[in-house]
Design a protein around this ligand. Structure first.
Ligand code: SF4
Ligand code: SF4
Length: 428
């Protein structure tokens, strides 16, 4: 049992495995506000990795509609209920005294690891509080798609829903894959030591030779991302398209520079940005404000971890949806929700420029630079807090660089428009 520091919780926690940290960590940011649930990401993953016999119910990447949807069904509400039972005093946050090492404050409840230590269940070998979903729960991966919740008004049912900051009737899409956690529950729970975290990029993999299909990883992962293959009788999970991260995809990486995964690069809604962030020897994020993922997660705190209270320190981050009641968002993304939404609703010129980088290149961006441009607009804006602001828009240029410092993308805030010459009108 190691005592490790979890910066998302703002405190040390017990972790039932040896502590080890990579030099770089696979991480990603999803902008929920832009997802259209087209499932292109889901199919890009499916057609690449899980099209064989025994993988029929495997969706390493899925997009579910919240609050009712989930794959497997009710994966989060089931575990939250179990955690509540182990946390008689509630899953609370102390938000006073925030600092660089505790950006969201301090979590006062129990993580899945701490809850398992005192668990009353007969299985004393349990490393993390969890459960194995039933076969029924793995069916219908897109159940409750676009099923809204909230109160409708009788005569004009949509009238109450049309205005920000919060809609009275709401749902949103949640994009999910393995979070390649800093403290993976799947890894800690495996009695065969078949799961490992790579030191070069923090990707978590299951050794298919060592796995015997005990499904301890399925039970322990709070996000339910390891999946059991009934044909081979071993477990499988997202491999973060590691050949692409290693720069071995022949399509674009003749120069061996890391490429984003299939689900990231296929995203139609331009909601996804994936990268590799620098870690220090003790597992903290190195100060690296010019890395776009680092900038969005640590500098601006606009992108938040999914269920940080579980304690695995997931490396997937989400810009929360502006129209969803804050109470729901806070139990899902922690206490940083108001700050993230306020910033997203009124981005300054630096943030606006970085937000342009989503889906502009398949290569991993390690660094960005902004060149200032002219002011092109002024927009009157009412923030979720009710404050009225005048937002200035500048046509800045943002440039992205690969691991070797080579330019791989250059884009302006204002998209250039081209007028089709008269002799080519309707020529398509
Ligand atoms: S491809 Fe992008 S927009 Fe489409 S469902 Fe996936 S995350 Fe959402
Ligand atoms: S999301 Fe689950 S499967 Fe992925 S690393 Fe974390 S605990 Fe393991």
């Amino acid at each position: 049992m190691a005592d490790v520091y979890n910066w998302q919780l703002g405190r040390a926690m017990s972790y039932p495995h040896e502590e080890a940290h990579p030099n770089l960590q696979f991480a990603f940011v999803f902008n929920i506000n832009r997802c259209i649930a087209c499932q292109t990401c889901t199919m890009a993953c499916k057609s690449t990795w899980t099209f064989a016999r025994g993988q029929e119910y495997m969706w390493w990447n899925n997009v579910e509609s919240k609050p009712y949807g989930g794959y497997p069904h009710n994966w989060d509400s089931k575990l939250l209920e179990m955690l509540e039972a182990e946390n008689p005093e509630g899953q609370r946050w102390r938000t006073k005294g925030k600092s660089a090492t505790k950006p969201y404050g301090e979590f006062k409840g129990k993580t899945i690891f701490e809850a398992a230590e005192n668990h009353s269940a007969a299985d004393k070998s349990m490393r993390a509080l969890g459960y194995i979903p039933t076969d029924q729960e793995w069916r219908s991966p897109n159940i409750h798609e676009e099923t809204a919740t909230g109160k409708f008004r009788e005569k004009d049912q949509w009238g109450l829903s049309a205005e920000l900051p919060e809609h009275k009737v709401w749902f949103f899409y949640l994009q999910r894959l393995c979070n390649h956690c800093t403290y993976p529950a799947c890894l800690a729970a495996c009695p065969r030591n078949a799961i490992y975290k790579r030191s070069e990029d923090g990707i978590v993999l299951i050794d298919q030779e060592r796995c015997r299909g005990y499904r301890k990883c399925v039970e322990a992962c709070p996000y339910k991302k390891p999946m059991y293959n009934s044909a081979t009788r071993i477990s499988e999970k997202c491999i973060a398209c590691y050949p692409r991260i290693e720069g071995k995809d022949p399509v674009l990486s003749a120069d061996s520079s890391p490429m984003e995964t299939r689900c990231m690069s296929a995203c139609v809604g331009k909601i996804r940005l994936q990268g590799l962030v620098k870690k220090t020897a003790d597992g903290q994020w190195a100060k690296d404000p010019d890395n776009p993922i680092n900038f969005l997660v640590r500098e601006r705190e606009i992108a938040l971890p999914l269920y940080p209270q579980f304690g695995t320190e997931p490396n997937g981050y989400y810009i929360p949806p502006r129209w969803v009641p804050r109470g729901y968002l806070k139990q899902m993304f922690g206490p940083g929700v108001e700050h993230a939404i306020e910033q997203y609703s009124n981005p300054d010129r630096e943030l606006l420029a970085v937000l342009q980088l989503f889906r502009t290149t398949q290569k991993v961006i390690f660094k960005f630079k902004i060149d200032k441009g002219e002011k092109v607009a002024e927009i009157e804006n009412t923030l979720p807090s009710g404050k009225k602001v005048v937002q200035e828009i500048f046509n800045d240029t943002v440039t992205g660089y690969d691991q070797q410092g080579r330019e791989i993308v250059r884009i302006t805030v204002e998209e250039p428009t081209f007028e089709r010459p008269k002799n080519h009108v309707n020529s398509i």
